[in-house]
Design a protein around this ligand. Structure first.
Ligand SMILES: Nc1ncnc2c1ncn2[C@@H]1O[C@H](COP(=O)(O)OP(=O)(O)OP(=O)(O)O)[C@@H](O)[C@H]1O
Ligand SMILES: [Mg+2]
Length: 267
């Protein structure tokens, strides 16, 4: 579709926020990760790599506890408060990226979605940004980077939760991503003894007994649902890497194709 390779990267709410608390951002992690993204894009430019980036972030403590309240009450008010909370985190991340010289563009699924399962409007918004890039990629700061996030969506009838993980697998498939990375607070998928599983075939997910939800409040299924979604993506021919984005330089390494510890979910 594009001459440029598309990289899709999700930074988990487990990295950007303290998931044990409510609305607790990890400002230093946000700064470090933004800096690594900026440095990687600078490297892309210096080595004339024609690449584009789609960023997605999770909600962490700026969404899961609020969404839990909404799921209990069913009230529109609680749904909107969930959206507003995750927008606060998005604003912090986008502002930090801008400070580092990345031309980040916030895209809020709530404002874009037309129906619960209809990704068309979201595709169009992201495509509009990527198309603008396809013409020019002379300077790293010129490359526009859409920044999406897990959100509440409204289908004209009811409010639903759309996880950042689902956005990742959808956009990666739609834009035929060259590389897909999902950063969390763990090195990848761990076995029952806490050892890293380096590779999982998409057909083998259900055999991994250690795969659970999240140790924190998480309304979108934690690691188990994440790996199921990535397995679905792999079944379409797109591999992905789960890695620990809390480890300094991991994001830079992912974006510049250096060797990086993690779990690969494969075809
Ligand atoms: N086998 C496993 N290996 C590694 N982590 C696991 C496993 N089973 C469950 N988990 C849990 O999954 C968590 C990561 O998923 P979680 O949804 O909390 O993070 P996230 O997706 O980064 O956050 P957010 O949903 O806010 O973006 C880990 O912190 C761990 O508690
Ligand atoms: Mg999650």
């Amino acid at each position: 579709m594009y001459a440029n390779d598309i990289y899709v990267l999700k930074i988990g709410g487990s990295v950007l926020t303290e998931k044990g608390a409510e609305k607790s951002a990890r400002a230093s992690e946000i700064e470090r990760i933004s800096g690594e993204i900026a440095a990687a894009m600078q490297e892309w430019r210096e080595s004339s790599m024609r690449r584009m980036l789609i960023l997605v972030h999770g909600a962490g403590s700026f969404g899961h506890p609020q969404a839990m309240k909404f799921l209990k009450s069913g009230e529109a008010r609680d749904a909107i408060l969930t959206h507003l909370a995750v927008c606060e985190l998005n604003a912090m991340f986008v502002a930090s990226l801008l400070r580092k010289g990345v031309s980040a563009i916030p895209l809020h699924p709530f404002c874009i979605f037309s129906a619960s399962e209809d990704f068309n409007a979201l595709n169009e918004q992201v495509a509009r940004i990527l198309n603008a890039n396809a013409e020019k990629s002379e300077r790293a700061s010129d490359i526009l980077v859409p920044v999406l996030h897990g959100d509440v969506i409204f289908n004209g009838d009811s409010f639903q939760i759309l996880s950042g993980d689902r956005i990742v697998v959808h956009l990666a498939a739609h834009f035929n991503a060259k590389k897909v990375g999902v950063g969390t607070d763990k090195d990848g998928v761990l076995d029952s003894k806490g050892r890293l599983i380096e590779s999982i075939r998409h057909t083998e997910v259900e055999k991994i007994a250690s795969l659970r939800g999240s140790e924190h409040v998480d309304v979108t299924g934690g690691m188990l649902e994440k790996v199921r979604l990535l397995a679905d993506l792999a079944s379409k021919g797109i591999n992905s890497l789960l890695f620990n984005a809390k480890r300094p330089l991991s994001v830079l390494k992912f974006l510049t194709d250096e060797r990086l510890l993690g779990t690969e979910v494969t075809v």
